[in-house]
Design a binder for this molecule. Structure first.
Ligand code: ACO
Length: 436
């Protein structure tokens, strides 16, 4: 970051002296006002619940222009990455800063592939869960447990440990997600197969059984690979910030990523894909496209508590570029599977059309986000709804780990420790039990 020529001046109506604050430029995007010395200079904190105006770090990984609806990983537009690269190339880019050349690509693929198996003992750990447990409950536990299985890569201050933990996490997440799925349906786990691609391998671990092999369909592999690319990173979102905050205490990478998985689960974040598909199912059950008007009316009624899931975003005040790519993929997948008339897709299109024309959504700049169509694609591929967020977690792992490693390497990194505006009781004394 570069110090700007201009400074910000903070003045107070009570006559306290003005405070000058440095301003920094990034390479693109809004400047930041450096308030790190504000408390020392004024005895005051800033107040920004939800981080509406606060940059908590500097980062060179992902850039979003929410007004224009643009997303770039390391400078490359998401549209180019989604159409010209695969997920592992994207992982290489996010982790190391550059797309791999042909040799580096081969080497990286080989390294990741050689780490896809998980310690055999993990399956006994998994067996402790109820079969009907939510996959995200299971995944949070499994990822946290990795630190108990891979002691040799838990020192976050050691660059070799960070490197091997990154590869292990990227390689093993799909295996863990598939294991959680197989466990929930009572089928044997399928071991990874090294001659398949990252995504093809995941699909095989999901859908093959020991008595019937599964040949991944290339169109579906490409679609899921695109889902992985589109979800790989999204700058300082809630789960990434959770990973950074958790990792800032010096905890091991597996523990920090487990915290990210837990945060992602919420319906306002990664859980929205599951919630969006459940919403479509509910509307479909009540009469489908004809009920869209009624549903939108409920969404607009603040007392109903109903939200249009898969719509709206803290940063995008325009069409989420990932939603556009997802809609394309959705058409391709439904076409490949002969599901051109899929009622849920038609319903989603109808909802989108009405919402995009409705004053409520227009005035609040609410557009479809990536989750609006990704559920339809995943469902068509055969992935159960309850597993959608786990797939998102597998894809986002590379982003989390790239951001965590960037933070550890940042000389300005400190333990994350927000302050507060205290509104509770002032000091008081305890009365004896009989007098309370
Ligand atoms: N349906 C109906 N109204 C909405 C929606 C929605 N999906 N999203 C926002 N609004 C309304 C809010 O009620 C608010 O209205 P008001 O100004 O009258 O009070 C206004 O739009 C602004 O919304 P906020 O909640 O203040 O926006 P915020 O940035 O805090 O929240 C969020 C963003 C959480 C994503 C929100 O839009 C939402 O809940 N969307 C549905 C869930 C979803 O799809 N999440 C996925 C996000 S993308 C991702 O994580 C991969």
């Amino acid at each position: 970051m570069k110090l700007a020529d201009n400074k910000a001046t903070l003045s107070f109506s009570n006559g306290s002296p003005n405070v000058e604050l440095p301003v920094y430029h990034g390479s693109v995007g809004p400047d930041v006002i450096d308030i790190r010395k504000l408390y020392a200079q004024t005895g005051m904190f800033t107040y920004d619940p939800g981080f509406l105006s606060t940059a908590a770090c500097q980062s060179a990984i992902t850039y979003i222009d929410g007004d224009k609806g643009e997303l770039q990983y390391r400078g490359y537009p998401i549209e180019q990455l989604a159409t010209q690269c695969d997920f592992l190339e994207t992982c290489h880019l996010l982790l190391y800063g550059e797309l791999p050349n042909a040799d580096a690509k081969k080497k990286f693929e080989r390294t990741v592939t050689m780490h896809t198996m998980v310690n055999e003992q993990m399956q006994f750990f998994l067996r402790g869960f109820r079969r009907d447990a939510h996959p995200m409950a299971v995944l949070t536990g499994l990822v946290g447990a990795l630190s108990a299985f891979y002691h040799d890569s838990t020192d976050i201050t050691n660059p070799q440990h960070r490197e091997i933990a990154a590869i292990r996490l990227i390689a093993k997440m799909p295996t863990l997600v598939a294991m959680a799925y197989k466990y929930s349906v009572g089928q044997p786990y399928m071991y990874p197969q090294n001659d398949l691609s990252y995504t093809g391998n995941f699909m095989r671990m999901m859908f093959a059984t020991p008595c019937e092999d599964y040949k991944p369909n290339e169109v579906l592999v490409r679609a899921l690979d695109r889902i992985f690319i589109l979800h790989a990173d999204h700058e300082q979102n809630a789960s990434t910030s959770t990973v950074r905050l958790c990792g800032s205490s010096g905890t091991n990478p597996f523990a920090a990523i487990a915290a990210g998985v837990a945060c992602l689960w919420g319906p306002a974040h990664g859980g929205a894909n599951e919630a969006a598909l459940n919403m479509l199912h509910d509307i479909q059950a009540q009469g489908g496209v004809e009920k869209v008007g009624e549903f939108i009316k409920q969404v607009k009624d603040k007392n109903s508590g109903v939200k249009l899931m898969g719509f709206g975003h803290r940063v995008y005040k325009n069409y989420d570029p990932r939603a556009k790519l997802m809609q394309e993929t959705c058409k391709e997948v439904l076409g490949e599977l002969g599901l051109h008339n899929d009622p849920l897709f038609k319903l989603a299109m109808a909802l989108e059309k009405i919402a995009l024309e409705d004053e409520y959504f227009v005035s609040r700049k609410l557009y479809p986000n990536v989750d609006f169509y990704s559920g339809i694609v995943q469902r068509a591929i055969g992935i159960p709804v309850s597993l959608f967020t786990a797939i998102f977690a597998a894809a986002r792992t590379v982003g989390w780990i790239a951001q965590l490693n960037e933070m550890i390497g940042d000389p300005e990194y400190k333990i994350g420790r927000p302050r507060q505006l205290f509104t509770g009781s002032t000091r008081r004394d305890i009365k004896p039990l009989a007098k309370r």
